[in-house]
Design a protein around this ligand. Structure first.
Ligand code: V47
Length: 383
């Protein structure tokens, strides 16, 4: 029998019974860009295996079998939020008995707790608190940098940056400058939701609009920050909204090159005002990964965030276009408040097992995708 590594992954092996996919395949195999209508065809084709084959082809062209993961810790300093987004089960109004705001000391202790292997990244996001001044967030980051100088700080979504700027009466650029001086190294991809104004006005009408999210990302990238990008799917959006979202991200990426990773996020309806909506199915999740890989030809990485997809679907996604699983996370609040049944965290060993059993090669990375080598309790970033 032929060893898996020797099985040819040639364009000749492609086949689809959907005639709409054949010309799309020709373009993908020739390295050409897909357009809006191609995106719609990929979302609606019954031949999801052909869509997945193409996405996997692109993924292997970019990364071979390498699959990335990191050792990170999430910190959510507050869940108090002025917005009342229908998509969210995490935010609480000021005065709500389930609201919390960490004292700085508590946030720094949280950073050090819960996992024995040294983390390479703190992922920090939280609510839009009506009273906390920008100095709270800058002190939080400064304190983390003092205590954990080797750890990359990926903090504050474009929504939080824009909110803190407005509250502090600063420009976005000056706000980002202060964040950089305090020790923010890059930004996570949250808050993008879906850019369609029609959908946004229903699921998150208190947030900055899609253009402001994109403009904030553009400014951050122009100042040298790398960031991620997300899309929330599986609620009231349609295929046109999804393709529109992906192509808007692609256009900004053409300009700035500042996005590292795209992370499709499946909507979890439990405990939200949209709890009458069904959860996404496995096939929708897998197809979303594949279409993202095919449309976002200028994004290096597509992340299958295991916390949101479940480890089993995330593992399958590694054969449908994804090359990254995210990380150990340690403690996750946003999805678990919305009914996620996934574990709170995973060890390096568990992540490596998922990747290896998918026939891929696990590579621990830092936030900027440099390989990490480690002994049990310390790490070195290979640049
Ligand atoms: O911005 C909120 C989404 C995001 C729900 O950049 C929900 O590496 C589903 O952005 N159901 C936060 N989704 C998570 C996020 C993220 C996660 C992992 C890695 C990275 C990265 C970013 O979660 C929010 C929002 O889009 N969200 N509530 C919900 N009920």
């Amino acid at each position: 029998m032929q060893a898996a590594a020797d099985v040819p992954r040639t364009p000749d092996a492609f086949h689809s019974y959907d005639p709409r996919i054949v010309p799309i395949a020709d373009r993908v195999l020739a390295g050409q860009r897909l357009d809006f209508n191609d995106g719609l065809a990929l979302y609606s084709s019954p031949d999801v295996l052909a869509v997945g084959w193409l996405a996997n082809y692109v993924r292997e062209r970019l990364h071979g079998d390498v699959t990335y993961f990191n050792v990170n810790r999430h910190i959510n300093p507050t869940n108090v939020c002025v917005a009342a987004c229908k998509l969210c089960a995490f935010g609480r109004k000021k005065g709500d008995p389930h609201g919390y705001t960490m004292a700085l000391e508590e946030a720094w202790q949280t950073a050090a707790s819960g996992y024995s292997e040294a983390v390479t990244e703190f992922h920090i996001v939280g609510g839009l608190h009506p009273d906390l001044p920008i100095e709270y967030f800058l002190d939080l980051v400064r304190g983390l940098k003092q205590r954990f100088p080797k750890v990359h700080i990926k903090a504050f979504t474009m929504v939080e940056v824009a909110f803190l700027a407005r509250r502090a009466k600063l420009s976005i650029e000056d706000t980002l400058k202060k964040m950089r001086e305090a020790g923010v190294d890059s930004m996570p991809g949250g808050g993008a939701e879906i850019f369609s104004a029609r959908v946004r006005s229903i699921i998150c009408d208190h947030k900055i609009d899609g253009n402001e999210w994109l403009e904030t990302a553009r400014l951050a990238h122009k100042m040298g920050f790398k960031s991620n990008a997300t899309m929330l799917y599986g609620h009231i959006e349609n295929d046109e909204d999804r393709v529109d979202h992906l192509l808007k991200l692609r256009a900004v990426q053409d300009e700035t090159g500042g996005f590292q990773t795209f992370i499709p996020l499946a909507f979890h309806p439990e405990n939200t005002p949209l709890d009458h909506l069904p959860v996404t199915t496995g096939l929708t999740d897998i197809r979303q990964i594949a279409v993202s890989r095919l449309l976002l030809d200028n994004f290096a990485h597509i992340k299958a965030y295991w916390q949101m997809l479940t480890p089993k679907i995330a593992q399958i996604a590694l054969r449908f276009g994804a090359d990254d699983l995210d990380g150990t996370v340690v403690e996750e609040k946003i999805y678990h408040d919305a009914g996620a049944t996934t574990p709170q965290g995973m060890t390096r060993k568990e992540l490596c097992r998922l990747i290896t059993e998918a026939g891929r090669i696990p590579v621990e990375r830092d936030t900027l995708y440099h390989p990490v080598t480690r002994t049990e309790d310390s790490f070195t970033v290979v640049v």
